[in-house]
Write a protein that binds this ligand. Structure first.
Ligand code: UDP
Length: 424
C-alpha cells in the first residue's frame, strides 16, 4: 500500500500540450499519448496533473479533464509558439514555475513521468531538488536515431544527446514503447539504466465504431473507389513524398477509381506548411490532382470515419519510434502498409495485418498497396487480424494497467527502502 499523497503523479510534456485539439494546433503523437495515459491513470485512482508550456496568453492556465485529471500550463519563455529546438533555454524557468505551483498547492508528487528529452531535463532538475521524487521517462524520439536520418543537425544536438544518455542512466525507469526503441537505446545511448517495455495504445471503442459503408456515406466518398489514406504531421521525415510517388505508379490507377487522401495540416508560414506546399508541387508535377485530396487537419470526431472509409492506410515514415497512426488504422479494421522501421515492425505484422516495405522505396510501396487493393477478400482478412492485434496488445486501458503496475512497484520499492533505512 503506498503512502497517501504518493498517488499524486505529475506528467510533464513541456512542448506537447495534452489539452489542445489535435486537429487544430501543431500537435502529434506525444500530445495524444500524454492525454490518454493521464485520463486512463485517473480512472485507475491516480490524481494526475499534466504540465506543459503555455504557448498563448489566451490559453487558460488550468484545464480540468475530470475531477482527478487536469492540464496545468506554466509560463516559461514567450507566450507564443517556440520550435522544439529552441525551448531548452526556457526550461529553468519551467522548473521554477513547477516548484512554485507545488508550493502554492501543497501537492507532493511521488512520481514524475517525463516525455521527450526536454522534459527529461526538467525531471532530472526536480529530482535534484526533491530527492524522494522518482522519475519515469518516455523518449518519443531518440536524438541518436533521428540525427542519422536528417541532413541538417541542429546546434542543440550535442546537448540533447548528453541529456538523453544521462536520463537513461539515472531515471528510476525508462519506458520503451517498442522492442525496436529498446534495442536502439541499448545500442546507441547506454547499456546502463532500467528499461521497461510498455507500448503506446489507442481507443478501441472509438476506432472501429463505424462501418466502411457508413463512413463513406458520411464523408461523401464513392462506395466503389479504392481509397488510400495517410494522416499525420507534414514533415519530410514522414515520407509523404514516397506515398505520393507510389500511388502515382500504381498499376491499378488506370483500371479503377483510385483515390489518395492525405490528411493532416499546416498553418501558413510554419514548417509543416512548407512541406505541404512541396507535396502539392509533386502532385502537380505527376499530374495527380484529380486523384489526390488534402482534407487538412482531421478532428477527433471525424478521424474514426476516415480510417474506416479507407481500403488501406499508409505510414511511409523514414523512422518511427512507435507510430500511433498504424494502430489507429488497425483498430478501425484497416490494413496498414508501413515502412519497415522502428515501432512499425512491432505493430504491423507483414502479411498478417498489412505489409512492410523498405523506407523511401516508392516502387516497393506501390507493389504493396496494389497487392492489398487488388484482393478485397484478403484485404478484409488483414483488417480483421489487425483489429484483433490491437485489442490484444494496444488498448489504452491495457497500457494504463501496465503503467499503473510500474508506478506501484516503484512506490513500494521506495517505501520498503525508507523503512529499512529508518530501522538501520
Ligand atoms: N492526428 C490527428 N489529426 C490530424 C493529424 C494527426 O488527429 O490531422 C493525430 C493522429 O491520429 C495520431 C497523432 O496525431 O494520433 C500522430 O501520432 P503518430 O505517433 O503517428 O506521429 P507523431 O506525430 O508522433 O510523429
Amino acid at each position: 500500500m503506498s503512502m497517501n499523497g504518493d498517488r499524486h503523479i505529475a506528467l510533464i510534456s513541456v512542448h506537447g500540450d495534452p489539452a489542445i485539439d489535435i486537429g487544430k494546433e501543431e500537435a502529434g503523437g506525444q500530445n495524444v499519448y500524454v492525454r490518454q495515459v493521464g485520463e486512463a491513470l485517473a480512472k485507475l485512482g491516480w490524481s494526475v496533473d499534466m504540465f506543459t508550456r503555455r504557448t498563448s496568453s489566451a490559453q487558460s492556465s488550468i484545464v480540468e479533464h475530470s475531477p482527478t485529471c487536469r492540464t496545468i500550463r506554466l509560463t516559461a519563455g514567450p507566450q507564443d509558439f517556440v520550435p522544439r529546438d529552441e525551448i531548452f533555454d526556457y526550461l529553468s524557468e519551467f522548473v521554477q514555475e513547477f516548484t512554485r505551483f507545488q508550493q502554492r498547492s501543497g501537492i507532493r508528487y511521488g512520481i514524475v513521468h517525463t516525455n521527450y528529452w526536454l522534459s527529461s531535463w526538467v525531471g532530472m532538475e526536480l529530482k535534484r531538488r526533491q530527492p524522494r521524487l522518482q522519475q519515469v521517462h518516455t523518449y518519443h524520439s531518440l536524438g541518436t536515431v533521428k540525427y542519422r536520418n536528417v541532413d541538417n543537425i541542429p546546434a542543440i544536438a550535442s546537448t540533447r544527446l548528453e541529456i538523453e544518455k544521462r536520463c537513461l542512466e539515472t531515471a528510476a525507469r525508462v519506458v520503451a514503447t517498442s522492442p525496436q526503441e529498446q534495442d536502439h537505446m541499448r545500442a546507441f545511448v547506454s547499456t546502463r539504466g532500467n528499461v521497461n517495455l510498455i507500448p503506446c495504445g489507442t481507443d478501441i471503442d472509438r476506432f472501429g465504431s463505424i462501418s466502411k459503408d457508413e463512413a463513406r456515406a458520411l464523408l461523401g466518398i464513392d462506395p466503389k473507389a479504392k481509397v488510400v489514406f495517410y494522416v499525420g504531421r507534414f514533415d519530410p521525415r514522414k515520407g509523404i513524398e514516397t506515398l505520393v510517388r507510389a500511388v502515382g505508379q500504381s498499376a491499378i490507377r488506370n483500371t479503377q477509381a483510385l483515390q489518395l487522401l492525405v490528411g493532416g495540416g499546416s498553418r501558413p508560414g510554419q514548417s509543416d506548411g512548407l512541406e505541404r506546399e512541396r507535396i502539392e508541387g509533386i502532385v502537380a508535377d505527376l499530374d495527380m490532382q484529380s486523384i489526390v485530396q488534402f482534407p487538412g487537419r482531421i478532428s477527433d470526431e471525424d478521424l474514426p470515419a476516415y480510417y474506416a472509409a479507407a481500403d488501406v492506410c499508409v505510414v511511409p515514415s523514414h523512422y518511427e519510434p512507435f507510430g500511433l497512426v498504424a494502430i489507429e488504422a488497425m483498430a478501425s479494421g484497416t490494413p496498414v502498409v508501413a515502412s519497415d522501421v522502428g515501432g512499425l515492425q512491432f505493430t504491423v505484422e507483414s502479411g498478417k495485418t498489412g505489409l512492410l516495405a523498405p523506407p523511401r522505396d516508392e516502387t516497393a510501396f506501390a507493389a504493396a498497396i496494389d497487392r492489398i487493393l487488388s484482393n478485397a477478400e484478403w484485404r478484409d482478412r488483414l483488417g480483421r487480424t489487425a483489429r484483433k492485434r490491437v485489442e490484444a496488445y494496444f488498448s489504452w486501458q491495457g497500457v494504463a494497467n501496465q503503467l499503473d503496475q510500474l508506478y506501484e512497484e516503484m512506490l513500494e520499492a521506495q517505501f520498503s527502502c525508507s523503512i529499512n533505512s529508518s530501522v538501520a
